[in-house]
Design a protein around this ligand. Structure first.
Ligand SMILES: [Mn+2]
Length: 341
């Protein structure tokens, strides 16, 4: 995988210009960044007279479905044959907001066999070698920010219209909790200024994305905070643990637990926050931290995962109770962690 730079951008542009069909893939369990960035890229490429296809493993949550072209995704779980057909005829494959094919769900095997031109646009650390060229910046807030920089490098920002700017903005605000984390670079705000100049309605976008709970979801949040949250003050650590039966009780829909983990930081003094969700045979974990507490270290060393310093994910192949016991032992005993609490 070779990095896309000022030196080779014209070669990349030539490759894209020669292509007819371009497949753009978002990661599974999609968030606003992978969807917003992929849609923005698809719309840019259409302006360059390319046929661009949006592919994904599974359906997107409701809070993103209002985005322009969101309904154009071909969803592998619904229509695997169509996804295969697109990949068979695509001249170029673009991976958006992931750096490991394991993030593409059941599409992984088909993507693995793709042997034509490919690009990865992403901001996660430690990328796999999954494309011919990569545009990868772990220091960026979001893939949406990385994509904007790619468009700038390619001299294509003039193609950004209000819809494209809206999609990019959604990626930025969803990956930064509306500028509450991972978003301190002046460069990011210069980009936001550019997007505002393209005519985005930032308040309406905020409302579409964040004021979008179902009644059931709001009640699940209340239940999680009042019945399923534990604060270990001595470790500056708090977590929410949800059982399958809890999700069922509140008629859980995809995306309903999104951002729940970040609400824990409303508590004064929390440095490390976790969301534990019971799945078949394992506990799915979202780990968040503040300051220099390394959430990714805990995820990687103990919970089969990884991620950014302040935002990571993992899995524990144990019961809820054993997962919680393991977590407590880590906080008690790990010397790297003890430095931070
Ligand atoms: Mn992202």
């Amino acid at each position: 995988m070779e990095a896309i730079t000022y030196e080779n951008i014209n070669l990349i542009k030539d490759k894209l210009n020669q292509a007819k069909n371009i497949a753009i893939v978002s990661h599974e369990n999609p968030d606003g960044d992978t969807i917003g960035s992929a849609i923005a890229l698809a719309l840019i490429l259409r302006k360059l007279n390319k046929t661009s296809y949006l592919l994904i493993n599974d359906n997107m949550p409701e809070f993103l479905s209002w985005l322009p072209s969101a309904n154009e995704y071909t969803v592998y779980e619904e229509n695997p044959e169509e996804v295969k057909k697109v990949l068979d005829t695509a001249d170029v494959l673009i991976h958006v907001d992931y750096n490991s094919l394991s993030r593409t769900g059941k599409m992984e095997d088909y993507l693995k066999n793709f042997n034509r031109f490919s690009i990865m646009i992403d901001h996660h650390p430690s990328p796999d070698n999954l494309a011919v060229y990569s545009f990868s910046f772990p220091q960026c807030s979001s893939t949406a920010e990385v994509l904007y920089n790619f468009l700038k490098l390619a001299d294509w920002t003039n193609l950004i219209d209000k819809n494209i700017a809206t999609a990019i903005y959604v990626g930025i605000i969803t990956d930064t909790g509306n500028f509450t984390f991972n978003s301190s670079s002046p460069a990011l705000f210069h980009i936001v200024a550019e997007l505002l100049e393209k005519g985005i309605d930032k308040d309406k976008i905020y409302a579409n994305v964040f004021y979008n709970f179902s009644y059931d979801r709001m009640k699940l949040v209340g239940f999680s905070l009042s019945q399923r949250m534990v604060f270990w003050t001595e470790y500056f650590t708090a977590f929410i643990h949800l059982y399958k039966k809890d999700l069922k009780q509140f008629n859980h829909q995809k995306g309903d637990t999104e951002n729940l983990v970040n609400m824990i930081f409303y508590i004064r003094g929390v440095k490390f926050a976790l969301l534990l969700i019971e799945k078949d045979g394992y506990i799915k974990m979202s780990l968040r931290s503040r300051g220099d507490f390394p959430a990714n270290y805990v995820a990687k060393k103990y919970f089969n995962g990884g991620g950014h310093l302040n935002a990571a994910g993992g899995k524990c192949y144990a019961s809820m109770e054993d997962t919680i016991t393991k977590l407590k032992k880590i906080l008690e005993n790990d010397n790297e962690i003890k430095k931070h609490i």
